[in-house]
Design a protein around this ligand. Sequence first.
Ligand SMILES: Cc1cc2nc3c(=O)[nH]c(=O)nc-3n(C[C@H](O)[C@H](O)[C@H](O)COP(=O)(O)OP(=O)(O)OC[C@H]3O[C@@H](n4cnc5c(N)ncnc54)[C@H](O)[C@@H]3O)c2cc1C
Length: 459
Amino acid sequence: MISRDPSRPIAVIGAGFSGTMCAIQLLARLGPERRVLLCERAGTFGRGRAYATGNPDHLLNVRATNMSAYPDWPEHFSEWLATTDFDATEACGIRATPGGTFAARGLYGRYLTELLTRAVTGGDGPPRLDLVHDAVTDLEPGAGGFTLRTEGGASYAIAGAVLAMGNLGATGAPRSRHAADPWAPEGFGRLHPDRPVLIVGTGLTMVDAVATLRRHGFAGPIVALSRRGLLPCAHAAVQPWPMPDLAGATTLAALTARIRSEIARAAAAGIGWRGVIDALRPVTDPLWRNLPAPEKARFLRHLRPFWDIHRHRAAPPSAAFIADEIARGILTVRAGRIRTITDTATEALVTLRPRGGSADETVAVQCILDATGIGRVAETDDPLIRRLLARGLVRPGPFGIGLDATPDLRALGAAEAAPLWVVGPLLRGVLWECTAVPDIRNQAAGLADAVARALSGPA
Ligand SMILES: Cc1cc2nc3c(=O)[nH]c(=O)nc-3n(C[C@H](O)[C@H](O)[C@H](O)COP(=O)(O)OP(=O)(O)OC[C@H]3O[C@@H](n4cnc5c(N)ncnc54)[C@H](O)[C@@H]3O)c2cc1C
């Protein structure tokens, strides 16, 4: 049951892009007396994992024209870029390329921080957005909503909550005392200049990790390893292509054949594959939803890496940086899988089986960075998710790679439906497109509508 009592706020847990935009959209929709609590355990609000970086080589991997925070104002970020005063260092973070303009992610973080500041200080009446700088550890159901508890020992009576906690983190991480977090360069320690570093994963996080290592002063060899050793494609100028007709293609094989033939048709008309992949964007989620479960499993097993490198492309300067690293022989990209890791005092001996090979190889590395991405809900050690699972308030989504939810993003658990919603990458599995700004901004607006409807419905 959800409380009509306006003194009970709605809590948003996590203040990255998803939580920040949910909070802003909720303020616009809920009555003037309803407050929103935005809870964040990290040092900064508004930036989350992706946009907290100060490294100017960490570029957005989506064109500035697609990065507006608002679905109904698509040019909002481009206009902000064009009208904001930047100092010389910041201005270097705006890269115009033939494939579009790509900004440094730290600049995007500044954009979000400004939106949040306006939300906290704006409006005529008393402030309605409260920032709670603490980790949320539990939601205890009770009459009219939940008691929200934090690590710092505070508790709040709330009407409902939105889980906006981002990716749960990779759980397939190699276990080694030499493992380090690619997002926390201070934890890399003092790296030996000549001994290799291993990055597990060859996607966009690997691209970032290489840039981080180089900015950290490490000039030595880096080995990047993934099952197939595929690198993200680069953005380039795209000519639009109409949405392919996929009617009747209900299996993965049929869909793949149809998309391949569409790419061939586009190529014959002088249009590159990027136009076709981009044309699929509006139908990707319905396609995912309608695929039978065994076909989805087949996609995850075989096709996902190929889809990811074409769909999630690198900014051209980032792709050129990686190509240069490879050409200079200081970055080696390998296809294979890790069999064992044996730690010694100074290094990890990583035994791997190269893809297609029949014999193992051992590589000695001084540090291992995990850049593999999505973790499984059942294996997470996140304390809040573990408690919510135990309370039956949430359950793993399809294939265990996110939380289960209704079409209007209400969390599904074993227990009776609670006033609990989910947004962003935690929905992976239910939605396929839920990790990038152009998708999350729509979800945040839709979710705020759903919460407003629930609050005005039967108590
Ligand atoms: C390196 C990187 C680069 C990316 N680049 C782009 C890009 O260029 N364009 C694009 O569209 N997308 C990009 N993405 C995708 C990205 O997932 C989304 O754009 C968006 O940032 C996701 O935000 P989020 O708020 O869902 O998650 P996050 O940014 O992970 O934020 C979740 C927040 O929740 C907090 N939190 C978690 N648990 C708790 C708790 N119990 N209590 C309190 N706080 C909690 C965390 O501290 C964190 O700040 C990128 C992602 C990464 C990782």
